[in-house]
Design a protein around this ligand. Sequence first.
Ligand SMILES: [Zn+2]
Length: 200
Amino acid sequence: MREAFFHGFTDAHAHLPKNPAEDDALSVPAEAKILLNATRAEDFPRIAALAEKFPENIVPAFGIHPWFAEEWSGNVKLLLRKYISDTPNATIGEVGLDRCRGNAVFQETAFCEQLEIAGEFSVPVSLHCVRAFGKLEEILRGFFVAKKLPPFLLHAYGGSAEQAKVFAKLGGVFSNPRRELPPECRIISESDAPLRSFSK
Ligand SMILES: [Zn+2]
């Protein structure tokens, strides 16, 4: 039931247009269902506005990406909580760990605190993880044991097939994995691209 959230997406992982001036001209096809991820706090109002404009097509995700984990602060935490409680269908993303870019200590704090918020509001989470799958598993397991683990989507999964089975057991689904995954792993499609107008 929890992972049912991730059904029906035509693009399970997208981002805002590079240029905010493009937001107003954006159009989406009637059948589109897009999970639109933030990477920094400055994205939040744009994501909320697009989700409000296309309530049937855009599911908003608010969060601080691991590359920008140093921007996580008490104020950003308050802001995130506000967007999660005030925005219909809000989810959390894109959050996670990245051993190839950014500060591991800041990332772990930002990630765990954002997972806490997801657990508290019972909203799904979109995860980014690069070369930190052991740590990711440890953190998710901790939340699972505490019965606070929200439904999660691992985007562009690049870990091992064996570890994927563990994430699947914890209730995770995958979008565009970098390798073949065992049959018990549910896979959905994503673009990981900036939204563009679909009108032409
Ligand atoms: Zn992304």
